[in-house]
Design a protein around this ligand. Sequence first.
Ligand code: ADP
Ligand code: MG
Ligand code: MG
Length: 889
Amino acid sequence: TKWVLTFGGGKAEGSAAMRDLLGGKGANLAEMAAIGLPVPPGFTITTEVCTHFYANGRSYPAELEQQVAKGLEHIEAITGRKFGDAENPLLVSVRSGSRASMPGMMDTILNLGLNDRTVEAIAAGADNRRFAYDSYRRFIQMYGDVVLGVDHYVFEEILEALKEEKGVTEDTELDAEDLVALVASYKAKVEEELGEPFPQDPKAQLWGAIGAVFSSWMNARAITYRKLNHIPEDWGTAVNVQAMVFGNMGETSATGVAFTRDPSTGANRLYGEFLVNAQGEDVVAGIRTPQPITEAAREEGKVDAPSLEARMPEVFAEFRETARKLEAHYRDMQDLEFTVENGKLWMLQARSGKRATKAAIKIAVDFVKEGVITKEEAVARIEPASLDQLLHPTIDPKAERKIIATGLPASPGAAQGEIVFSSEAAEEVAGRLDEDKKRKAVILVRAETSPEDISGMHVSAGILTTRGGMTSHAAVVARGMGKPCVSGAGSLRIDEKAGTLTVGGKVFRAGDVITIDGSTGQVIDGAVAMIEPELSGDFATLIGWADEIRRMKIRANAETPDDARAALNFGAEGIGLARTEHMFFDEARIVAVREMILADDEAGRRKALAKLLPFQKADFRDLFEIMKGLPVTIRLLDPPLHEFLPHSDEDIAEVAAAMGADSEKLRGRAQELAEFNPMLGFRGCRLAIAFPEIAEMQARAIFEAAVEAERTTGEAVTCEVMVPLVVGRPDFDFVKARIDAMAKAVEEETGAKIKYQVGTMIELPRAALRAGDIAETAEFFSFGTNDLTQTGLGVSRDDAAPFLGHYVQKKLLPFDPFVTIDREGVGELVEIAAERGRAVRPKIKLGICGEHGGDPASIEFCEAVGLDYVSCSPFRVPIARLAAAQATL
Ligand code: ADP
Ligand code: MG
Ligand code: MG
């Protein structure tokens, strides 16, 4: 087996297509080398070795040692240096890289191959002792931390002490002799901690580093990151061993990172940061403040330090050209890492760049306009769920902002919430509910974040850091998560111990509310008015393309006028589910609803229903008027009576007074109606079967509203009356007969002709199986997949929390079936019902109105079954429009 593939010298054994085998980093290093870009030579140990490693008690395949030796020879041949040589030593980096990019999850070791002898050769060769020892001290620290398990702060303490002693603030101010002394202290410290000296044999160093990379695949941070991002464990990581190039050789050397387009806005211009005389992670680690790549960015950011463009014009020109080439080659925005060694540019990494959703859309739309990709590709490139962040509020531009600090606009969108100073606190506080039973919003406030903070960032509404640039950990991860982030707000002082955030004399504590605006970088005292999002610009263009591509219609679940208008705004093509009971909880109506429920007889019920009729009619007329002829599906009363029962003495007394009944008697009646298992109890069409007058009142309200709305709008109303929770055709027919009769009655009374359909929810397994029979009389089916999941799996959604998570964790179910439809089980019920329904009524209209209607993976399933439409919450309509288009590609 070939376990090792080489690259460099204008050639490569691998390519970008071999990502699974080489990991993203290795595959792109190979690709860049093959297309002739300046890449230091190296080799990649494949992900299959990682798999072998874990399958065989952490051991390597027998041929690996031999192949690694060959790989080293390849590098030696191209560089003319020899690994471990006392005259002209080769130094390498050992870099991890899995299939999916896992930023900062695993550790890279630089300058490997240095020891007490080779460091002198490097110093002599470069005629630069300072540089050689700077590299050595970095190596000991990285290797000590990652491979030997000596915490990095142990080294940082020694470094800080030395800087203090020397009276300097920057690492670069330490001279060669300082660094020689530092290396001696580091080595002594390692020996003290481990009881043995720092390894001097380069081969042993190399194998130690390779082992550490493979082991890091199973470290806690990596495991958490994979879990959050659904990255399978068996993918494994590759290891890249690559000749070192040095950005720390002096004033004509540098290291940097850049995006080929602005990752926040998508603007078509190079966007990045670099540091002179620096190495590796210095730029993102926030040790020194990095400088902008372009002059334009320098001017815009009012930065004093010169840009790369001004400081190294030739390198800049070559880099710009390289960036352009790579973007054209990969047909996507790239995230690049580079190093300049004595005025020569070296490319160290290219990958498709993480970007804010807004930027992703602009870039995709621009690429179509530039002729680089097709509309279909543009549509396919945007993660539907990511649109969520554009569909959330931003700060009202008219609102007054008490700005307390301004940092970098690291990830767009606004968020407000309580200050928390640690990830643990974030998880703790965000787990609580506020008065409206919503999760508490928190803003995670930190000096900077690290991979340990991922779970805390995940639960936070927004992230604020006082250090770090646009490419800092916080910024990159927040953009990936679609969370607002302000980074590098340097005027804020955090005292973690005291739990305070201080700015200009004002002290904030944990629990105080702040607002951050990730689009401007502003940090604002207190909560500020927000405005609702809208669909415009590139966003509208992209969704418009999705509309050209998709087959299914998108409707919304809405019953209030506000929701209906929001739905229309977001492009809904009708209402797929108007839940009439949502209108019943209103204070003005609940007494009448309770009267209806608790009435002794039909006469009593009719009296209460008569009070409800005008309310319902007005509700429906609003909906019809707003939707102007688009289809509106109204579901008859569905929830368990149980939910409406009065409980407090006060409530009972109020209903009793309205009915002129006795409180005690009423309490007895309420107790009779109490249920053990309401979701399987007296609800849905069972109500209409026991008390047909309820369905009749609702049908009357619907039809009278339709007639009136037609008169006010001049537009024909398309009205669909939906019967919930049927088990077969007989119960459906029973209710349908009442509805049809009422339509006739209203037509006679008004002289209008009413266009309507009667259909049903398919939300019980029996109904799915009886769908053929039901379709004889039902004109449409709407799959109520929430209930179909509850009843199909026998899992009460409200009680599922304590156990369903275990199913997912233990991989007994692939997803939470209430979030993504269970294709194998519930999905098959849907397919059976669709097939049997169509066999009887080929044109039967099929839709879905469960929460799954807004879930992209479930939408894909709906397309596969050939449903006519999905219906989802108004704010998910754009997501569904995009997902429905992708489902056809
Ligand atoms: P990550 O996956 O965390 O980005 P990398 O493997 O890309 O880690 O390494 C981090 C940084 O180390 C790179 O951005 C680059 O600056 C530096 N680096 C890695 N390999 C080399 C090398 N061969 N020569 C010079 N610098 C390197
Ligand atoms: Mg990197
Ligand atoms: Mg239901």
